[in-house]
Design a protein around this ligand. Structure first.
Ligand code: PAF
Length: 274
């Protein structure tokens, strides 16, 4: 596997005619990321992964500074997963000018966007730049960041990008906790508590499966249970999978999304329902 730090080197390494599959990441890789790399490798062409902790998608007071940077260990994992090129630019390479164009997506103020102003503009901007640098035929993103995946699919569609977005399933620990780099912030006690978020989403899922369509009540009950266990809930929300907006009562394709703080760590999760 080649490790490349500049766009110039990257462009030289990637033959214009090859159709690569691309896995953008912020590093600190876990099994969830590696599953995305394997999905990319299954396509059959060259696989490119990127590692870039994108300052544009972190708000003031968020964890940009303490976000784990583990490039050497990440490179070993990527090489073992048959990644061909690791692109790891620094901030000056990604944002060489002080003023940066930004892509502001729709729904940027919904769900996580309501609690992380500017976050999705930062995500869409960096991904659009990475797409232009790597020029992949496929790009793989995890369903764990459901709103991100939804917006990136919309971005590819609306900007007519010649890229197929592939969704990877969320990888979970045995107790249901979705794998995330931020799980590393949890103390042992918090780690035991953390699967409660997923359990609450499952409860909603089971209620929907039994025909309950009282979305507001289901959301409130889950939030209350988390709050009673000491969590600070940003949102628990049942949405349409087609629009990511509030669903109609008779809508069949739903997604239950949640974000909540366990002390200093913000966890997100979601479950699809159809
Ligand atoms: O999901 C992530 O790790 C990031 O948001 C992404 C897509 C790599 C953009 O920085």
């Amino acid at each position: 596997m080649r490790i490349i730090h500049t766009v110039r080197e990257l462009r030289a390494a990637l033959d214009a005619s090859t159709h690569c599959a691309f896995v953008p990441t912020m590093g600190n890789l876990h099994e969830g990321h590696i599953a995305l790399v394997r999905l990319a490798a299954d396509i059959g062409g060259p696989v490119v992964a990127s590692i870039f902790v994108n300052p544009l998608q972190f708000g003031l007071g968020e964890d940009f500074e303490r976000y784990p940077r583990t490039l050497a260990a990440d490179a070993d994992k990527l090489a073992a997963a048959k990644c061909d090129i690791l692109f790891a630019p620094d901030v000056d390479e990604m944002y060489p000018e002080p003023q940066t164009f930004q892509v502001v997506p729709p729904l940027a103020d919904e769900l996580c966007g309501a609690f992380r102003p500017g976050h999705f503009a930062g995500v869409c901007t960096v991904v659009l730049k990475l797409f232009e640098m790597v020029r992949p035929r496929y790009a793989v993103f995890g369903k764990k960041d459901y709103q991100q995946l939804f917006l990136l699919k919309a971005m590819a569609r609306q900007f007519n990008l010649p890229i197929e977005i592939i969704a990877g399933e969320t990888i979970r620990a045995d107790d249901g906790l979705a794998l995330s780099s931020r799980n590393g912030y949890l103390t042992a006690e918090e780690r035991t508590e953390a699967p409660r978020l997923n359990r609450q989403l499952r409860r909603i899922h089971d209620a929907l499966a039994s025909g309950n369509r009282q979305y507001g009540n289901l959301e409130r009950a889950a939030s209350d249970q988390l709050a009673a266990a000491g969590w600070k809930v940003d949102y628990i929300s049942i949405r349409s999978r087609t629009t990511l907006l509030a669903p109609r009562d008779d809508e069949d394709d739903l997604v239950i999304l949640g974000a909540a703080w366990l002390n200093k760590t913000r966890l997100i999760d979601n479950l699809e329902f159809s």
